[in-house]
Design a protein around this ligand. Structure first.
Ligand code: ADP
Length: 231
């Protein structure tokens, strides 16, 4: 399955692209509605497939970090735009509280960090019905290495203390009675934990049932450009 990743994603991306052309070119309300529904469904399909592929890649030991130079600002901007659509639909405030003094450019696996933040923020939005979702990032420096402290906090449904240990289990969803209308595969948190392990880190969870949850982790990244990130 892990070896077929490219073969599976390519036709889905083609469907996405062709559907996008219909949305751009058609003025017919009915056609646009069909295409918009097809877009929503293909986004869900792609995220489920991505989770299954990531998970199988991790399991088969084929997942490895690919470090590159990346700009934190553009990574966070992409994630904000993606998440804010969902947060707005649910009337939640999405707040990115990023210390503007932290360095702007790093050397590391940006795709891995992106996936971790997306999975955590996605869950925070999914399991919060009112209030806010916050991403907070600060850092301290050790020579040329930044220790980035990341935290995703929500005012959502929370997790019972006895369930916290189960959330990393693959395909395991908790509180299923209450969450029966929330889509998911039960793979997201397992992927977060495995990715953090690859990066020599781990997830900390604090949660109060019916009040909200806080997920945090620290990652060390080599700094390429020490100039401050800014707003
Ligand atoms: P799912 O696809 O079910 O969201 P995950 O592996 O991402 O699977 O999460 C596992 C379970 O942990 C979820 O089914 C949910 O019950 C619980 N969970 C994860 N994040 C949160 C959160 N921010 N607030 C409350 N519950 C959460």
């Amino acid at each position: 399955l892990a070896r077929m990743s490219h073969e599976i994603r390519t036709p889905i991306n083609a469907i996405f692209g062709m559907n996008e052309m219909i949305l751009r070119e058609s003025k017919e309300p009915a056609i646009r509605k069909y295409a918009s529904d097809a877009k929503d469904a293909s986004e869900i399909l792609l995220s489920i497939i991505n989770e299954i592929l990531d998970s199988s890649k991790i399991e088969s030991g084929m997942m490895e970090l690919v470090p590159v130079n990346y700009k934190l600002g553009s990574l966070l901007n992409d994630i904000y735009n993606m998440m804010n659509v969902r947060a707005k639909e649910k009337k939640l405030d999405l707040i990115f509280d990023i210390n503007p003094e932290i360095p702007k450019e790093y050397f590391g696996d940006d795709k891995c960090i992106r996936q971790i933040l997306i999975n955590l923020l996605n869950n925070a939005v999914k399991y919060t019905h009112k209030g806010q979702v916050i991403l907070k990032i600060t850092c301290d420096m050790d020579g040329d290495t930044a220790n980035l402290h990341c935290m995703v906090k929500d005012t959502g449904i929370g997790i019972k203390p006895e369930d916290i240990g189960k959330i990393y289990d693959e395909f395991k969803r908790i509180d299923t009675g209450r969450n029966r209308n929330v889509e998911g595969t039960g793979l997201g948190m397992n992927i977060v934990q495995q990715f953090l392990k690859l990066m020599g880190s781990e997830l900390r969870i604090e949660s109060e049932y019916e009040k909200g949850s806080e997920f945090s982790f620290d990652i060390k990244q080599k700094v390429v450009n020490k100039e401050p990130l800014g707003d």
